[in-house]
Design a protein around this ligand. Structure first.
Ligand code: ADP
Ligand code: MG
Length: 564
């Protein structure tokens, strides 16, 4: 047994603890949900590792969670017989925050408790939420496969530091003892704890056991029993029939799988039969996580095979442009020993993935049609990511194109609310193209001199100013049989939108300006490819255009900025 060691928390952990205790106090019972969620994850991990190493079960294969109360010592204990943690894991997981986006998160804090409580919800607080109600937390844990003498005890008052020492623990798994703060005695009530478990953790697939509720004898006195019983339904939520699952249960399950604090925006739950049999329960989050644009994302879709958790995958189960989707896929057909390598080239997985992509697109279409406000809020959070899909997912390009939303000259704000179908519905007589302009910012797009002639003719133009829009424009060349055309390219042909008068004006402009144009051509000979007179500009004296087949000026700037 090693001597007790005292270590300091990572700075971020200290900040997080402070913030959490203040801002989440009004919702303090969530600590139980978080600790139960972790215990359930630990059971999943053990079951997975035991596929290859069944001896890890150590004659104790019934995975469960146990919650108990010691009123005299004012403690609540949450114990599991899951995977447990080694000493290194304890230090890594309970002393630091490894999440990507952590720095950005702390920079975004405002100091206003209300706003920060929201932010912290998106960030997720997990284990540390124990300190909302406890002034000391003792974790005793032994990793499956390690001898009883290799267990670890971690203890902290949630201030600057924690202690860690080696101890004996015969049973595998983790036991967390919360020493309640003064004033938190309500959590000593088993009745209260049962209620919290039913509210937040009913969906957990293994039993959450507590002492049986007392029965009442004829004299009306409670008869206490030492028997244990499961408080939750203890079956995987996604295997239950839709009719038996309430919206609240769907939402709580989401918070568990996605490690999110906010309710999801929408979900799809279906059992799919056919070439591959599987159940999918997929969610669209309400808010973008901090690491949406980070390469090292950890969160994705959880893959189960016949109820056994196999892995959480960020690439193989959902395409990159739907990387915000969270949830579970449970296959009936894949082998239990499916590895990441096998997944990489599995046709079966491709079938499942294609089916799930269709479900998600269907879900988004349904939102767009029936819950317009929610779709607008979805678009604000994830629209830029969805736009990547037009170039990435050839098979679903049309469906994705219909889901796109843009700012246009029809409105006067940068809100992206116009669909391509809206645009087509408003096209002018004789108009056969969809016009767009790309720029660094909404303001630059809106004030471009290229738009003058379109304004004059009352023709709507899409104003594209997101980073991804150049790539979008390059991959989306037509919609509904109409070509998408940049207003800043070449000698723009307005087709039937130009009437005779316009053509005459153009000719006159060319004639009148010939001497000036010739002089400019000579003066700028090595700087431009051509100089042309135009009748299209109304307020501006001149503008730059790029050749029909050249990169747009904006794309050129982007590439330069990226060092290419
Ligand atoms: P998250 O669950 O989002 O990863 P938490 O703060 O809830 O974040 O937990 C941090 C980590 O601590 C977990 O990822 C896990 O590795 C470890 N952990 C927490 N509780 C347990 C437990 N009961 N058994 C095993 N590992 C645990
Ligand atoms: Mg957790």
């Amino acid at each position: 047994m090693s001597a007790k060691q005292t270590l300091g928390f990572q700075t971020e952990v200290k900040q997080l603890l402070q913030l959490m205790i203040h801002s989440l106090y009004s919702n303090k019972e969530i600590f139980l949900r978080e600790l139960v969620s972790n215990a359930s994850d630990a059971a999943d991990k053990l079951r997975f590792e035991a596929i290859a190493r069944p001896e890890l079960f150590e004659q104790d294969a019934e995975l469960k969670i146990r919650i108990s109360v010691d009123a005299d010592n004012r403690t609540v204990t949450i114990a599991d017989n899951g995977i447990g943690m080694s000493r290194e894991e304890v230090i890594d997981h309970l002393g630091t925050i490894a999440k990507s986006g952590t720095k950005a998160f702390f920079e975004s804090l405002t100091g206003d408790d209300k706003k920060d409580a929201n932010l912290i919800g998106q960030f997720g607080v997990g284990f540390y939420s124990a300190f909302i109600v406890a002034d000391k937390v003792t974790v005793t844990t032994r990793r499956a496969g390690q001898p009883a003498s290799e267990a670890v005890r971690w203890e902290s008052a949630g201030e600057g530091e924690y202690s860690i020492e080696s101890v004996d623990k015969p049973g595998r798994g983790t036991e967390i003892v919360l020493h309640l703060k003064d004033g938190e005695d309500e959590f000593l009530s088993e009745w209260k704890l049962r209620q919290i478990v039913r509210t937040y953790s009913d969906h957990i697939s293994i039993p959450i056991e507590m002492k049986k509720a007392p029965s009442y004898g004829e004299d009306g006195q409670p008869v206490e029993s030492d028997e244990l019983e499961a408080v939750n339904q203890a079956s995987a939520l996604w295997t239950r029939s839709k009719n038996d699952i309430s919206d609240e249960q769907y939402k709580e399950f989401y918070k568990h799988v996605a490690h999110d604090f906010t309710d999801p925006l929408a979900w799809s739950h279906a059992r799919v039969e056919g070439r591959q049999e599987y159940t999918e329960l997929l969610y669209i989050p309400a808010r973008a996580p901090f690491d949406l644009y980070e390469r090292e994302r950890k969160q994705g879709i959880k893959l189960y095979v016949r109820r056994v958790f196999i892995m959480e995958d960020t690439e193989k189960l959902m395409p990159h442009y739907l990387r915000f989707v969270r949830g579970v896929i449970d296959s009936s057909d894949l082998p239990l020993n499916v590895s990441r390598e096998i997944l990489q080239q599995s046709r079966d997985i491709d079938t499942i993935r294609a089916g799930c992509v269709k479900k998600v697109l269907g879900l988004l279409e349904d939102l767009a049609t029936n819950r317009a406000d929610d779709y607008t809020s979805f678009w604000k959070e994830f629209g830029q990511v969805l736009k990547e899909g037009v170039g990435e997912d050839f098979a679903n390009k049309e469906r994705i194109a219909k889901l796109l939303r843009f700012a246009t000259t029809h409105g006067d704000s940068d809100a992206q609310v116009v669909s391509l179908s809206d645009y087509v519905g408003r096209m002018k007589e004789g108009q056969d193209k969809i016009y767009f302009i790309t720029a660094d910012s909404y303001a630059a797009a809106k004030n471009s001199p290229h738009l003058e002639v379109f304004r004059k003719k009352g023709v709507e133009v899409l104003l594209l100013s997101d980073r991804v829009d150049e790539w979008l424009a390059a991959s989306l060349t037509e919609f509904d049989g109409k070509a998408l055309v940049s207003v800043a390219k070449g000698s723009l042909d307005l087709g039937a939108l130009d009437d005779e008068a316009d053509k005459e004006a153009q000719q006159a402009a060319e004639e009148n300006a010939r001497p000036v144009v010739d002089r400019l051509k000579t003066a700028l000979a090595d700087k431009v490819a051509d100089v042309r007179a135009t009748a299209r500009l109304i307020d501006s004296p001149a503008c730059l255009v790029v050749g029909e087949n050249d990169m747009s000026a904006h794309l050129e700037r982007l590439l330069k900025a990226a060092g290419q």
